[in-house]
Design a protein around this ligand. Structure first.
Ligand code: FES
Length: 198
């Protein structure tokens, strides 16, 4: 009869509240416990950690390494090897352009170029104001719609460079809407102030 010899006791030995008090680590602890702290679950655990935190900071990788009793270099090596892991905090909005073969032959590089130029960042980077990140990925599995991109989780197919620029400008503009009123207020206030001073 097949028996699992998983050491039930060890689960609680390996997780403790993170000193930061960040409650997301409690969620990560659950993932670690569910995976029985098995080192061969590392990719799944990192994937879950990225879902929880949005990216894999060094702190999170260190936490996982300690819990799995693996060297940090191993965790870091896996996280950097796979394209799907983000090691930097993403911007408020992220556009991932597929550069797989089908998308490439249909002009994915022109889309990447246009976005790089427009936002003055390299692929993989984030604008200085933290509002926009540009990423590339290999085949996102929708080759029939090539070239494709994913903007904030929404797939955009049969893209052109112009369509990509417009889409990104659109989401960035939406963020600015709430500020419009305050901008007007600020202008009025400034005008009022100068009027009072006049
Ligand atoms: S190559 Fe882009 S979706 Fe497959």
């Amino acid at each position: 009869m097949a028996q699992t010899n998983r050491p039930v006791q060890r689960a609680d030995d390996r997780v403790a509240s993170h000193p930061s008090g960040d409650e997301r680590f409690a969620l990560l602890d659950k993932v670690l416990k569910r995976s029985w702290f098995e080192a061969d679950q590392l990719i799944e655990i990192l994937h879950a950690a990225q879902e929880i935190f949005g990216y894999l900071s060094e702190d999170v990788m260190l936490y996982v390494a300690r819990a799995l009793r693996l060297p940090l270099s191993r965790v870091f090596g896996v996280a950097t090897f796979y394209h799907l892991f983000n090691l930097e905090e993403p911007g408020d909005h992220t556009f991932t352009v597929c550069t797989g073969t089908a998308c490439f032959v249909k002009g994915a590089d022109a889309i990447v170029d246009a976005l790089q130029r427009e936002h003055a960042i390299a692929a993989g980077g984030t604008t200085d104001d933290g509002r926009f990140s540009l990423k590339t990925a290999r085949c996102l599995g929708a080759c029939g719609l090539a070239p494709i991109g994913v903007l904030d989780g929404e797939v955009r197919g049969e893209l052109s460079a112009d369509a990509a620029l417009t889409a990104v400008a659109g989401v960035l503009e939406v963020d600015e809407d709430p500020g419009e009123g305050s901008g007007e207020d600020a202008e009025l206030a400034a005008a009022g102030t100068s009027g009072e001073n006049a």
